[in-house]
Design a protein around this ligand. Structure first.
Ligand code: RUQ
Ligand code: CUA
Length: 618
């Protein structure tokens, strides 16, 4: 935070405190149940730390997945302010996403997605600020360019992948983002087999999505067929464990029906360890059988490719420590989380220290690979890391975060969450060099932490100060539903552009001079090149014939930051927003006769209201 005069902050905090005292018991920010007096000073201290004065900027970005809203949400930390929405898998009228030709094509038939795990691109295991990947349960993965915070590619639905939850975790140099199927199905997709044959005929699939190091362009790298378990989460190995990627799996019982009962019979499920460098080599050699148009590799025929690490039953998250030495995973109903020692895992692989196999994939011996069972508390879901070997585990059942130490395995602190924390995110807490400082608990329920807005309560995230020995709750803030994973990155790692430079606009229909704007006809196809600049849309009117296929190509010729223009066309469901220097097209049938006004939707100047025109359909 750029602090611009602590005096102002102190004065403001003093104001908050005074107001709090005046309001007595109703002090709005006093933590419930805290001791009087002590509560005020704790609150004041926390307020000081999270307060970002007008004109100052936050120190971190928080990129949070929006679950089944299909969007990504951007917050500033420590303020907790929601500063932007990046539409990804769902149309978003505010930015015209899903209305213009390109984004409509990118979305395809699916106008909804369920996004869970953002994955910032990495170089040597650290965020490099280039791209942000995000998965969708519909077997897709998207790439957002952090130069302009826009979705540039949606890959998929990828063949054979069903319920892409264990995604989009990236490898340390962004070689791959991964995908895993939460719902095994008979493959290829489109094959119908009765669920009674689940154990033998249904398959899980793990996929490596290759990422072009220069452009970020995604393509299918490798695909591996797996036993019909539910692959839930993943994480890539780093440093000593670089080259491997880990996936949790539940329902190793291969059960059907009421899974809460049928899939909880065994004491242990598995973490699958996949040698992605070997998968890459096998794919390069053309290994595998074509299923659904993709070469699928069978690990039973390729020893060394996949191993199963037994883990407490029904595990959820799997997280690799910053040094790559430990793989943390646990049953989500247990009171402990297990730290697997990567060196021991490798020794067990070499010595064939197996207890059996699953469809030809060896199962390692639990006792040989674990280092510790850390008594973190009930319902461990996810683990993040801080500097100095500290780990933070979210506890859904206990509704708390446990802080513990790698190596000594001591639980040193706990902080309650309101309520029922799912994911948690520490500043750069899944990289090789976590920052510490801040931790955000992404809570599943809020139960009155915000003003009531009816039965569907606002989502509650909580910011925890982890800069000291004891964790301290600093702030409650609203996060858009549905909270899943989020990543926190130092703001100075992201370098967004201000405008799209004119010389980079290579759009074939772009026009930069109002005299080049206008209509051209080719049979019943009409192209209208339009220019938007304060405060006119050129042309100010045009005529087409009923039944024409009309393409509007709109260029915003501004080169001033934040000077956006829009184009709303009434009754035609058309809503385009063009950023400075950008060209967008929209193609539609002129189905309705009459006169249809169009106008700029983004308030751009004092004469914004004058920015309008007419489409006449004869
Ligand atoms: S999940 S609460 Cu979709 Cu990542 Cu763990
Ligand atoms: Cu352009 Cu309002």
């Amino acid at each position: 935070m750029k602090t611009r005069g602590k005096g102002t902050i102190l004065a403001t905090v003093a104001g908050i405190v005074a107001l709090g005292l005046l309001a007595g018991r109703c002090a709005p920010s006093a933590p419930k149940g805290a001791k009087k007096g002590a509560a005020v000073s704790d609150t004041a201290a926390a307020a000081m730390k999270v307060y970002v004065a007008p004109g100052d900027l936050d120190e971190y970005y928080l990129f949070a997945s929006g679950g089944h809203s299909g969007q990504m949400y951007v917050y500033g930390l420590p303020s907790g302010r929601h500063i932007s929405t990046i539409p990804v898998f769902t149309p978003y009228p505010a930015t015209g996403y899903g209305f213009d030709d390109d984004s409509k094509k990118m979305l395809g038939d699916l106008t909804w997605g369920d996004a869970h795990h953002p994955g910032l691109s990495e170089t040597n295991g650290d965020y490099d600020g280039r791209w942000l990947f995000i998965n969708d349960m519909n077997g897709r993965i998207a790439r957002i360019d952090l130069r302009d915070f826009k979705t540039k590619q949606i890959l998929g639905p990828v063949p054979n992948v069903s319920g892409n939850h264990a995604s989009s975790f990236v490898t340390p140099n962004t070689e791959y983002a991964v995908m895993g199927s939460r719902f095994s199905i008979p493959i290829p997709k489109g094959t119908a087999v009765e669920v009674g044959k689940y154990a033998t005929d249904y398959k899980g699939v793990l996929t490596g999505i290759k990422i072009d190091p220069n452009t970020g362009e995604m393509s299918i790298g490798w695909q591996i067929v797996m036993p019909p378990f539910d692959y839930d989460l993943g994480d890539a190995g780093k440093l000593v464990s670089n080259g491997w990627v880990f996936f949790t799996s539940y329902n190793t019982e291969r059960a059907i029906g009421k899974l809460e009962v049928t899939a909880s019979q065994r004491d242990r499920d598995y973490i699958a360890a996949v040698d992605w460098k070997m998968a890459e080599q096998l794919a390069a050699k053309g290994e595998g059988t074509v299923i659904g148009g993709v070469k699928v590799i069978d690990p039973a025929k390729n020893p060394g490719l996949v191993y199963f690490m037994p883990c407490g039953k029904s595990p959820h998250g799997v997280d690799v420590s910053p040094d790559g030495k430990y793989v943390i995973g646990s049953g989500k109903l247990q009171g402990v989380t297990t730290a697997f020692n990567w060196e021991k895992v490798q020794t067990a692989m070499r010595n064939k220290d197996f207890t059996g196999d699953e469809d030809g994939i060896p199962v390692l011996k639990y006792e040989s690979i674990k280092d510790a069972e850390v008594p973190v508390g009930l319902g461990p879901l996810h683990t993040q890391f801080g500097p100095d070997g500290y780990a933070y585990t979210s506890l859904f059942v206990d509704s708390a975060i446990a802080k513990w130490k790698l190596g000594t395995w001591e639980v040193v602190d706990k902080v309650p969450m309101s309520y029922s924390i799912g994911h948690l995110s520490a500043a750069e807490g899944d990289t090789v060099s976590p920052d510490g400082k801040w931790l955000v608990g992404l809570n599943k329920l809020s139960h009155g932490r915000h003003l009531s807005v009816g039965p569907s309560q606002p989502e509650s995230s909580q910011l925890v100060d982890i800069s000291e020995e004891k964790m301290k709750l600093a702030l409650d803030f609203f996060t858009e539903p549905e909270p899943h994973y989020a990543q926190i990155v130092k703001a100075d790692k992201i370098k967004p552009i201000e405008v799209y430079p004119k010389e980079e606009n290579k759009h074939p229909l772009a026009v930069w001079d109002v005299k080049d704007a206008g209509l051209t006809r080719n049979g019943n196809k009409v192209t209208v090149k339009m220019v938007e600049v304060r405060s006119t849309i050129t042309p100010t009117d045009f005529e087409v014939k009923e039944g024409d296929e009309v393409t509007l190509a709109i260029t915003n010729i501004e080169q001033t930051t934040d000077e956006l223009h829009g184009l709303g066309l009434l009754d035609y469901n058309i809503n385009i927003v063009v950023d400075p220097g950008e060209t967008k097209t929209v193609t539609f049938k002129a189905k309705k006769k009459g006169v249809y006004p169009y106008y700029c939707t983004n308030f751009c100047s004092a004469l914004h209201q004058e920015m309008q025109g007419y489409m006449i359909v004869r």
